[in-house]
Design a protein around this ligand. Structure first.
Ligand SMILES: *Cc1c(COP(=O)(O)O)cnc(C)c1O
Length: 414
């Protein structure tokens, strides 16, 4: 399979929604065929509509607060010795993470299609929090499906959702995490799609959801491109973009505008969740060469047992604790445009300690995975190498886990 330069990756899927002929697709019950087709038609029309783009950009700018900062981490660079380490501080966005882009676009689409209710899934709670914020902003009723285990470990975001008027529905099936929340949310949509819109929280699910989400988060790389040219006069000769990969929406959005550069100039490094170092459970289907399977309506690399049953995953970060991964990343892996690796829970905590010790930046546990690998590799790079890490979330939501694992002194108040 081949990555075509200059054609947006989200448009490189075939008519049936497969990238590279095998990743993605629409494995959905018959009753969802029509609502999915309607959404496809609406999205294909609006993404070319100048008025709609202007409306999107207005909300991105005035409500989400873009562009987010692009900053040099001087102290960390000095400490590590090697490449220049920079960060795109996407956690500056309203709500504290990138999921607001996708949530906003889905609410704009829901309004256009006359729906009054929007439902969504959430893992770390960010997708739910952002959807509840956007739903409130646009006057939509909001229902959030969340694994019972995640409700317990991400309390600050649960409180935020309720405050925004959303109904939070705990999911007790399976591992009681994101994978089950997505399944339950889809089940709800099947039964209520006449009145309800669905927002999938990452670049996963049936093909149209992958495309809407990737299109929305690409705002991150659009900004970064401008900021790099402002800073360096042109796109640096040796640029390395590190991002954590759960479902894959922040990383795809962070890379999308750079797809047609040679990978020798602009390299993409995706960091999955390796889980506890003493456990064989992980949430890293790309790194560990998991087999291809079907999850949440799409063909993808997925963590599974030898009978093909979806395997539970384990990670310190709820946002990365997912058995599957976006078909877009499966495609980028097989075409070798991006490189994938994993960081363990312990490596992630060390990276968090190091970054917060040297910088006024507080990456959540998800981007701390990316920092871990970026720091390790930066030591070996030359000074003219520009390493950029997407700090896609703020650690405020992780205060409980950080206190338990590292002690009180690593918990900084907001
Ligand atoms: C949800 C989330 C992730 C993982 O999802 P992606 O779709 O891979 O971006 C990473 N970081 C944060 C802060 C999140 O909220």
């Amino acid at each position: 399979m081949k990555l075509k330069k200059r054609i947006p990756v989200i448009d490189q899927g075939d008519k049936l929604g497969f990238w590279g002929g095998k990743f993605g697709g629409n494995f959905v019950p018959e009753t969802l065929k029509k609502p999915i087709e309607d959404l496809e038609i609406l999205f294909n029309k609006l993404k070319k509509d100048k008025k709609f783009i202007r409306e999107r950009d207005k909300y991105f700018k005035n409500w989400i607060g873009t562009p987010t900062r692009f900053i040099k981490l001087n102290n960390l660079t000095k400490h590590v010795g090697g490449a220049q380490i920079w960060s795109k501080v996407v956690s500056d966005a309203n709500g504290g993470a990138h999921k607001i882009y996708n949530a906003t676009v889905h609410c704009l689409l829901a309004k256009r299609s006359g729906k009054k209710v929007i439902c969504g899934d959430t893992g770390a709670g960010y997708a739910g929090k952002m959807l509840s914020m956007a739903a409130k902003k646009f006057g939509l009723k909001c229902k959030i499906f969340m694994g019972a285990k995640d409700i317990e470990r991400q309390q600050p975001n649960v409180k935020a959702m309720k405050k925004n008027g959303a109904e939070v529905i705990p999911v007790y099936s399976g591992s009681q995490t994101l994978v089950d929340a997505v399944s339950e949310c889809m089940r709800f949509w099947v039964a209520n799609c006449d009145t309800t819109a669905m927002c999938v929280g990452s670049t996963v699910g049936p093909a149209v959801f992958v495309r809407i989400c990737g299109w929305s988060t690409s705002q991150i790389s659009r900004e970064l491109k401008v900021q790099l040219i402002d800073e360096f006069g042109s796109i640096p000769k040796k640029l390395k973009l590190y991002n954590c990969v759960g479902g894959g929406s922040s990383s795809f959005g962070f890379w999308n505008e750079f797809m047609d550069y040679d990978k020798k100039q602009v390299e993409f490094i995706g960091v999955e969740a390796g889980g506890p170092s003493n456990s064989r459970k992980h949430a890293a289907p790309l790194t560990n060469n998991s087999k291809i399977g079907i999850l949440h309506g799409a063909m993808q690399y997925v963590v599974q047992n030898k009978d093909g049953q979806i395997e539970e995953t384990e990670s310190i970060s709820a946002g990365l604790d997912y058995s599957g991964v976006s078909p877009l990343h499966c495609f980028l892996k097989d075409t070798k445009r991006a490189r994938y690796t994993a960081a363990s829970d312990e490596e992630t905590l060390s990276a968090y300690k190091l970054v917060t010790k040297y910088e006024k930046l507080r990456p959540s546990l998800e981007p701390s995975h990316a920092f871990s690998v970026a720091i390790k590799e930066s030591k070996k790079f030359s000074k003219d190498t520009i390493v950029v890490v997407n700090s896609c979330g703020d650690a405020y939501k992780d205060q409980g886990i950080l206190e338990k694992r590292l002690g009180k002194k690593y918990v900084k108040s907001n």
